[in-house]
Design a protein around this ligand. Structure first.
Ligand code: MLT
Length: 412
């Protein structure tokens, strides 16, 4: 009989968001009259911008004509998109990233898991706690961890707790770690890393020969020019970091699928016999073997994000969601909740009232106010007692949700 990958059996419960969906569907089935507002998964709600739609339409039209039809594209992405990314996201901001260091993909969730293909099985891996669950689950699947303990923490992973007490700033690991996952603006806490914080991480990584996986999927939501948008703004990061980016939240591509990963050619790993090896070369090899590129119309849509029209429209979209985040932050604080994040990120992270567990608060908020959020403990043990609300919604729903919360919790 064929053997399965036993590592999958170590995984705790279902993946967080489908698990929430399952519970919400069960609730709706039992309470069909409830008008449920979903602020759980961070999924965009506004349509694609006109500039993107126009570019995608004309790309589809090109595919309908023999002379302009295209088959397989370059696995790494078309140069029109890689050039636009390199120029607008990096070079125009004074950041040293070349177009051929950019690998276009179907999203940073996929990339963050796939990256493990080119790293060995015996690395020590550090993650924040709470953490975007994909970083942990993909390491479990790859056999890089032991079993989970009673708090859901997996053996062999190094967890770096971040809570309000530490101002959501993780302490550097006291031991030597090889791979470090950082996500800023942070999912789930919505907090950001200062330049000094990132400088500390780059210095740590240099000293310990570690590699940082820097997930910057939410960088477009940063409005303070002093907050770094890329780890490559930090001197020396080209020797120690990989950066993941996404059009999902920036431009509403969650259903369209497009993101990219930046791997500097200067980034080296070590072979088992101690030789230096370019990570860029290995990732290129992997990408060409296991991936056939993002579809042409989608890449044309992504390119349009960088046109002057597209940029203005995308900025409006971001301002729209960030207005929701501001309303949530201010409204929840008024009610008396302890509120974090939501200033440079579309997520608001709150302390549950009366020290309730995250899942108890999930059930209560759903039952009392018909609002779905994400339990902090679903992101890790240190998220227990916290709760995440997403600003990806209509203004109407955001206001309605706040009104309901005010009514139910005004004495928090
Ligand atoms: C989230 O809600 O954390 C995100 O939508 C998940 C994702 O981007 O995969």
């Amino acid at each position: 009989m064929a053997q399965i990958n036993d590592n999958y059996l170590k995984l705790q419960a279902g993946y967080l968001f489908p698990e929430i969906g399952r519970r919400v569907n069960a609730y709706i089935e039992a309470n069909p009259q409830a008008n449920v507002i979903k602020m759980g998964i961070g999924d965009v709600t506004q349509p694609l911008c006109p500039a993107i739609i126009k570019a995608m339409h004309s790309a589809v039209d090109e595919m309908a004509v023999k002379e302009t039809f295209r088959g397989y594209g370059p696995e790494q992405g078309y140069s029109f998109l890689r050039d636009a990314i390199a120029k607008h996201d990096f070079q125009d901001r004074g950041i040293d990233v070349a177009a051929d260091e950019i690998f276009v993909s179907d999203g940073s969730k996929c990339d963050s898991g796939n990256l493990l293909d080119v790293f060995g099985a015996d690395n020590t891996i550090a993650v924040l706690d709470p953490v975007y669950p994909v970083y942990v689950d993909t390491n479990v699947m790859a056999g890089h961890t032991g079993a989970a303990d009673e708090n859901g923490r997996y053996g062999k992973l190094v967890y770096m707790p971040v809570t309000a007490e530490s101002n959501f700033e993780p302490a550097l690991p006291t031991e030597k770690v090889d791979l470090i996952y950082l996500c800023y603006p942070n999912n789930p806490t919505g907090t950001v890393a200062t330049r000094e914080t990132l400088e500390k991480w780059v210095a740590y990584a240099k000293e310990n020969n570690s590699i940082i996986f820097y997930d910057a999927a939410y960088e477009a939501f940063i409005s303070d020019p002093n907050v770094p948008r890329s780890i490559f703004e930090i001197e020396g990061a080209r020797e120690v970091a990989i950066e993941l980016r996404s059009f999902s939240k920036t431009a509403g591509f969650t259903g369209i699928r497009c993101g990219f990963t930046v791997i500097p050619k200067t980034l080296m790993g070590k072979t088992s016999d101690g030789q230096l090896q370019s990570v860029h070369a290995l990732w290129n090899r992997r990408h060409c073997t296991k991936f056939n590129g993002v579809s042409y119309p989608v890449q044309r849509g992504a390119e349009a994000v960088y046109s002057s029209e597209g940029r203005a429209q995308v900025n409006e979209l971001i301002a729209f969601y960030m207005n929701n985040a501001r309303l949530l932050r201010e409204g929840l604080s008024e009610v008396g909740f302890e509120v974090y994040g939501g200033e440079h990120a579309p997520y608001v992270w709150i302390k549950t009232p009366g020290d309730m567990t995250s899942w108890d608060f999930f059930d209560q908020l759903l039952g009392k106010s018909h609002i779905v959020g994400t339990p902090g403990s679903g992101f890790g043990a240190a998220g227990e007692g916290y709760f995440r609300l997403s600003a990806f919604n209509s203004l109407e729903n955001t206001k309605e949700a706040l009104g309901r919360i005010k009514e139910a919790y005004s004495a928090v």
